[in-house]
Design a protein around this ligand. Structure first.
Ligand SMILES: Nc1ncnc2c1ncn2[C@@H]1O[C@H](COP(=O)(O)OP(=O)(O)OP(=O)(O)O)[C@@H](O)[C@H]1O
Ligand SMILES: [Mg+2]
Length: 251
């Protein structure tokens, strides 16, 4: 049976340069698949390509959601199919309150036409509950989206959206970067809860420290746009000890 997300022999060009050079991987519901690799290896490119971002040109290969290719779909039709990306570096959006943004997500999820109204107190209750779950203060709600947010606040806010959107496949691009020890543990707990809730989680990170708290089902190592190793959390531990170069070509 088809898995939640399957990537097959994917080659991708960005501004004419080949960045991904034949990537295969899959993740199923209730699984965490970690993608690791040094800076510039193509991890974020993979995430953006899955989401259908402009400028990420698929040269060959396929991306399938529940067995169906999504390559022909524009970005705005992919997310509603059940894909969510938590950004490595989410951009600040001036003039949009965080609360307005979150309510728009709830309304959209409910199929409402007016995407900003807040009439139902259940919406606010859901948001308050999630703020507590991710460890963010209520005061962030009245602030503009990501404007002046600390690195850790941004990561928590991205996780909050992942929980709110309730997608099938969650792609987390370095959800632990810039976080303190408690923050890393919190993010790990949230990843575990996504897995328990049956989400397919593609977890991009280059620090194995997250795996002190989350046990990935599969670890794939990307270097220079190619998969150079695949294994389980032992592979992540080997990377911690010996570095990326040493584990390359294990697969
Ligand atoms: N829009 C772009 N134009 C030109 N080159 C790009 C573009 N986007 C990505 N690249 C290049 O593609 C390569 C892979 O970048 P990518 O951001 O996917 O790496 P990464 O694995 O996510 O790195 P990091 O761990 O630093 O986040 C890099 O060499 C980068 O400079
Ligand atoms: Mg990146």
């Amino acid at each position: 049976m088809a898995k939640a997300l399957e990537i097959e022999k994917l080659k991708v060009r960005v501004t004419g340069k080949e960045i991904l050079k034949g990537v295969d991987l899959s993740v199923d519901y209730g699984e965490v698949h970690a993608v690791m690799g040094p800076n510039g290896s193509g991890k974020t490119t993979l995430a953006y390509t899955i989401m259908g971002r402009d400028g990420y040109e698929v040269e060959s290969g396929d991306i399938r959601l529940e067995g169906e290719s999504i390559l022909g779909l524009p970005a705005d039709e992919r997310a509603p199919k059940g894909l969510f990306l938590a950004f490595q570096e989410p951009p600040a959006i001036q003039g949009v309150r965080f609360s307005t943004f979150l309510i728009a997500i709830i309304n959209k999820r409910m199929g409402a036409r007016d995407l900003t109204t807040l009439k139902d107190p259940r919406k606010l209750r859901e948001i308050y509950k999630l703020l507590e779950e991710v460890g963010l203060d209520k005061s962030v709600l009245t602030r503009e989206l990501y404007v002046g947010f600390s690195g850790g606040e941004k990561k928590r806010a991205e996780m909050l959206q992942a929980l709110l959107v309730n997608p099938k496949v969650v792609i987390l691009d370095e959800p632990d970067s810039g976080l303190d020890v408690d923050g890393v543990r919190k993010i790990a707990e949230l990843i575990e809860s996504l897995r328990k809730n049956g989400k397919a989680v593609l977890l991009i990170t280059h620090y194995p420290r997250l795996f002190n708290y989350v046990e990935p089902d599969t670890v794939t190592v990307l270097m220079n746009g190619k998969i150079v190793a695949r294994g389980d959390s032992d592979l992540a531990r080997a990377i911690e000890e010996k570095g990326y170069q040493a584990v390359a070509n294990v697969a």
